[in-house]
Design a protein around this ligand. Structure first.
Ligand code: SAM
Length: 291
């Protein structure tokens, strides 16, 4: 058995041996702390029945720990320079598959349908650069894939925003949408000092348990998303003014009436509303516009 990848000495050795150059554009910061990795794996409740989809394995530090615990690990890595490195660092594991693709362009749904068709427990694990976290999560959650939970390490501020509640400074459209699909919880704080190279920000691990069905029942999901996003266009504006800007095809009178019917003060701000308020409002707008 070779030494674990997630130590400073082994990581530097691998990088030097392969003449690897970090690419900032891909957000490459590799974890070198086994304790943290063990906690992620523990909190992920991975068992020999779990299939893991990992995004961005890097040189394999987290992948290795996942492969030890899970039934199978399928990774998407965008950087082709890392593929030969991974084949070497993870050669001991026969329950691994590495796909050299940008996960945002990959057919994850198709992969799950073909390769994981018998899986009963699927976890998606990723240590992601902040600028792709939102598109990846929204894209995958929106497709309602057979993924049971997400464990994502992201910039601390992003984790706080994604798991925040009404009337807090971090609460925004994304927090509502995450709540719609999942039960979010920050399970671990990760200091910047455990990465090579060291990033400028601290991180946190967010666990998103996918709900069996969305938290609220909405008649038109697309309209619900528009109402939520529209309500936060400008934080300091009232919900009435934001919705007027978001729904230019609707009259001010209709928007005002919908807010009144939903029992929402038009002068309030989006950040004061709960997901139940947004659901009620979008169902009322749906009924008023589909007469
Ligand atoms: N998992 C490793 C660790 O924890 O040490 C590496 C994490 S590093 C922060 C992010 C990884 O995601 C890099 O290996 C990077 O090349 C990869 N990556 C970035 N964007 C990606 C994308 N769109 N699709 C797949 N992989 C991506």
């Amino acid at each position: 058995m070779s030494k674990d990848i997630a130590t400073i000495s082994r990581t530097l050795e691998i990088i030097q041996k392969h003449g690897f150059h970090f690419k900032k554009g891909f957000g490459q910061n590799f974890l070198v702390d086994l304790n943290i990795l063990n906690k992620i794996v523990e909190q992920g409740e991975l068992t020999k029945d779990t299939y893991v989809i990992e995004i961005g394995p890097g040189i394999g530090s987290l992948t290795e720990q996942l492969a030890k615990k899970a039934k199978q690990v399928i990774c998407y890595e965008i950087d082709k320079a890392l593929i030969p490195i991974l084949s070497e660092t993870l050669q001991e594991y026969d329950n691994l598959k590495i796909i050299n693709e940008d996960v945002l362009k990959a057919d994850v749904k198709g992969m799950i349908e073909t390769e994981l068709k018998d899986a009963t427990d699927i976890a998606l694990v990723a240590n992601l650069p902040y600028y792709i976290t939102t598109p990846i999560l929204m894209n995958l959650l929106g497709q309602k894939l057979r993924i049971n939970r997400y464990l994502v390490m992201v910039q601390k501020e992003v984790a706080q925003r994604l798991s925040s509640t009404p009337d807090t400074k971090d609460y925004n459209a994304l927090s509502v949408l995450i709540q719609y699909y999942t039960e979010p919880k920050i399970i671990l704080h990760v200091p910047r000092t455990v990465f090579i190279p060291q990033p400028k920000v601290d991180s946190a691990v967010l666990r998103l348990k996918v709900r069996e069905k969305p938290l609220v029942e909405v008649e038109d999901e697309e309209l619900f998303f528009r109402v939520v996003k529209g309500s936060f266009i400008q934080r300091r504006k009232t919900i009435f003014n934001n919705l007027k800007q978001a729904f230019t095809e609707l009259s001010s009178e209709l928007i005002l009436e919908a807010l009144q019917k939903a029992n929402i003060n038009p002068q309030t701000r989006g950040e004061a509303l709960t997901i139940y308020d947004f659901a009620r409002l979008s169902n009322i707008i749906n009924n008023m516009t589909h007469l």
